[in-house]
Design a protein around this ligand. Structure first.
Ligand code: CP
Ligand code: NVA
Length: 308
């Protein structure tokens, strides 16, 4: 038997809103949900989904997670609600939190997510902002734990843009004690404030490396991870970024530098033969579909904890 522990925080805006013990607990719960060993009912609970950007995995995994918990979701499409007309966040948040029991929000500016959290009287979950993607990091860490049976004494190398996904990997890595290496072209480093927070958590400075040398970063890695070079909202930079990121593709050459039992992760959606080669994403080392499936299990665990 496992008791569902209430989270100390009301909101999940950042990977650092959870303690390492809470992450371990959520991963344990997620494994139980995955193995059909846990039957938790959150009937009558309603999760509102506000997505200002497109989504397949996050939206559907939240919908299925709520359905498996016996609750429901309402998809508040900004273009058919008054959100798209520019109703102030402080009004939308106060109204929606009188109907819904929690809100999962995908938006551009992280400060907008924080504004929702400030005005909502119900928990707010980050479903991706320009700064962080903490639900993704939980699924990534579950995938790593299931592969290696542990989270410590592992090297996770992220190759590509120092974006929201990289930021959450850095924070979650610092929380859980993994060595994280980020290899990105000069000028595309992760957010400075995120790096500072992570360095504070790590006892040892060598546990977080930011470099523009992907080959060196891949040497001895247990996990190789990449994401799109141009995130949602950066479409107009695509041509320039494609040039700047030459040499930063996760291809077989790079995989050969890592440990022989390396696994390859990508949060998806992917541009094949840009940030990752088709060969690598389809190879036996790729765990991208287990990783995508794990979105469902960790979010079900997160919701069960929030509603407990
Ligand atoms: N990885 C991820 O968040 O995918 P979606 O954009 O499809 O939700
Ligand atoms: N970095 C990507 C992740 C998509 C899931 C983006 O923000 O578009």
């Amino acid at each position: 038997m496992i008791n569902i522990q209430k989270l100390a925080t009301n909101n999940f805006l950042s990977s650092l809103d959870l303690s390492s013990e809470e992450v371990i607990h959520i991963l344990e719960l997620a494994e139980k949900f995955k193995n059909n060993e846990l039957n938790i009912s959150c009937s009558n609970k309603v999760l509102g989904l506000i997505f200002d950007k497109s989504s397949t995995r996050t939206r559907v995994s939240f919908q299925v997670a709520m359905s498996r918990l016996g609750g429901t979701t309402i998809d508040l499409n900004p273009s058919t609600s008054q959100i798209g007309r520019g109703e102030p966040i402080k009004d939308t948040a106060r109204v929606l939190s009188r109907y819904c029991d929690a809100l999962a929000i995908r938006t551009f500016k992280h400060s907008n997510l924080e504004a929702y959290a400030r005005w909502s009287t119900k928990p707010v979950i980050n479903a991706l902002t320009d700064l962080e993607h903490p639900c993704q990091a939980l699924a990534d860490f579950l995938t790593i734990k299931q592969e290696f049976g542990r989270l410590k004494d592992l090297v996770l190398t992220f190759v590509g843009d120092g974006n929201n996904v990289a930021n959450s990997l850095i924070l979650c890595g610092a929380l859980m004690g993994l060595e994280v290496r980020i290899a990105c072209p000069k000028g595309y480093e992760p957010n400075i404030a995120i790096i500072k927070k992570a360095r504070k958590l790590y006892k040892n400075n060598d546990m977080l490396k930011i470099t523009d040398d992907p080959i060196n970063a891949a040497l001895g890695a247990n996990i190789l991870y990449t994401d799109v070079w141009s995130s949602m909202g950066q479409e107009n930079q695509k041509r320039e970024k494609d040039k700047d990121f030459a040499g930063f593709s996760l291809d077989n050459d790079l995989v050969s530098k890592a440990k022989t039992d390396v696994i390859v992760l990508h949060c998806l959606p992917a541009y094949r033969d840009k940030e990752i080669s088709d060969e690598v994403i389809e190879s036996g080392k790729s765990r991208v579909f287990d990783q995508a499936e794990n979105r469902l299990h960790v979010q079900q665990a997160l919701l069960a904890s929030i509603f407990s």
